[in-house]
Design a protein around this ligand. Structure first.
Ligand SMILES: NC(=O)c1ccc[n+]([C@@H]2O[C@H](COP(=O)([O-])OP(=O)(O)OC[C@H]3O[C@@H](n4cnc5c(N)ncnc54)[C@H](O)[C@@H]3O)[C@@H](O)[C@H]2O)c1
Length: 366
């Protein structure tokens, strides 16, 4: 809540339309028609081939082509292939069905299209990329990211039915990724009261959903809660941006090709451990949201947000150490040397980054 003594804030709501609910896959073609898109290239992750088949039929004459199978972190070779395909079929729109990798590929094509391409995103994980104007592409072991409104999906269709069979481990890691967006959105220089309330509600929905799908992965209400949380997490990231935590994950992911979502689960509790004391009010609200407690009743004096996140991820079966992801301790330490300083609630020194990465490598509970 804004306090009278605060200097005020500026918040930009991003343009975009969200269609939410079980069965909304059937509305994708109508959404495309509303955008007056003529020729659609459908991109789908392998697990979403059936959904892509459905959409292909729905599109009728608007269907122009299809790319099945995407790669994590948008390798330039994969992006170039998709750009060539978009030109070949004269696409003016893309439907991306899948996780952050499918949506990231659509963004890479839209970014470089001379005439602009409308993206309709149908997310099947909780990465949240569909709500952001952030793009990324990886070449030569290094990931470049940027922000451009041309890549922001014009419509996002959230159909929880599509995520019913997301494996438990992928689910848990993806939720960790979404929670990381929420947590970091409370301490970046662009954080404001609107991103904070969005982030806290996002964590509440994500933690509640994760606790339920761990026992019943096909619980449709829980899957809905998770997609709702992912939507909030993505929009919090879109306006507040990212900081130390995401930059460390991108460095590790790009350099060592680590799985993106799992990297978040290992690194986030360690970054929160050092940053939370600098943002006690927000940390208390996030901590309360983890346990489904009313955040207004949060006790700012004892929030163990870092420990709470570590325990949530561990209980859900997602690795909480970089060691389990195949990184060696030498690689973790090597990454410290190439990390560039970033805005953060506490100064980012080489010693601080070493401490975070050493603990994240070992999976030490905060
Ligand atoms: N630009 C942004 O704002 C932003 C935000 C978050 C993540 N990202 C990017 O997104 C990528 C990671 O996305 P991700 O974590 O969603 O991974 P992903 O898209 O690679 O999907 C993870 C795995 O889950 C499978 N899968 C997806 N949906 C499924 C379903 N419903 N059922 C069964 N299996 C399914 C995929 O085939 C894949 O094997 C990274 O490249 C990351 O940098 C970008």
């Amino acid at each position: 809540m804004p306090r009278p003594a605060d200097p005020g804030f500026v918040h930009t709501f991003l343009p975009g339309r969200v269609v939410f609910g079980a069965g909304t896959l059937d509305r994708v073609a109508d959404e495309v028609a509303n955008l007056e898109v003529r020729r659609v290239l459908v991109m789908a992750t392998n697990s979403a081939r059936d959904a892509a088949d459905v959409v292909e039929v729905q599109l009728g004459d608007r269907f122009a082509g299809r790319i099945d199978g995407v790669a994590q972190h948008v390798p330039t070779a994969v992006a170039e292939h998709a750009r060539a395909k978009a030109r070949e079929v004269d696409a003016d729109g893309i439907i991306a069905i899948g996780g952050g990798s499918a949506i990231g590929l659509a963004k890479a094509v839209a970014l470089t299209s001379a005439d602009g391409l409308a993206i309709v995103a149908v997310p099947t994980t909780y990465a949240g990329s569909e709500m952001t104007p952030v793009w990324g592409e990886t070449a030569g072991g290094s990931k470049t990211t940027g922000t451009d409104l041309r890549v922001l999906p014009r419509v996002v269709v959230y159909d929880p039915v599509l995520s019913l069979h997301l494996p438990k481990k992928v689910t848990a890691a993806s939720v960790a990724n979404a929670i990381a967006h929420c947590v970091e959105a409370v301490w970046t220089p662009k954080a404001d009261p609107i991103t904070e309330v969005t982030a806290v509600e996002g964590v509440r929905a994500l933690a509640a959903g994760l606790n339920k799908v761990v026992t019943d992965p096909t619980d449709l209400d829980a899957r809905s809660n998770l997609l709702y949380g992912a939507c909030l997490a993505g929009s919090a990231l879109a306006t507040a941006g990212t900081g130390l935590h995401h930059k460390l994950c991108h460095l590790l992911g790009g350099t060592y090709n680590l799985p993106h979502a799992e990297t978040h689960a290992a690194v986030l509790p360690q970054v929160v451990r050092v940053n939370a004391p600098a943002v006690p009010q927000a940390a208390a609200q996030l901590h309360a949201a983890l346990g489904g407690v009313d955040s207004n009743a949060a006790d700012a004096s004892t929030p163990d947000l870092a420990g709470g996140l570590f325990d949530l991820f561990a209980a859900a079966g997602v690795p909480t150490s970089l060691r389990e992801l195949g990184l060696t301790e030498e690689q973790a330490v090597e990454a410290v040397k190439t990390f560039k300083p970033t805005d953060n609630p506490i100064p980012v020194t080489e010693d601080l980054v070493r401490e975070i990465l050493t603990r994240a490598w070992a999976g030490t509970r905060p």
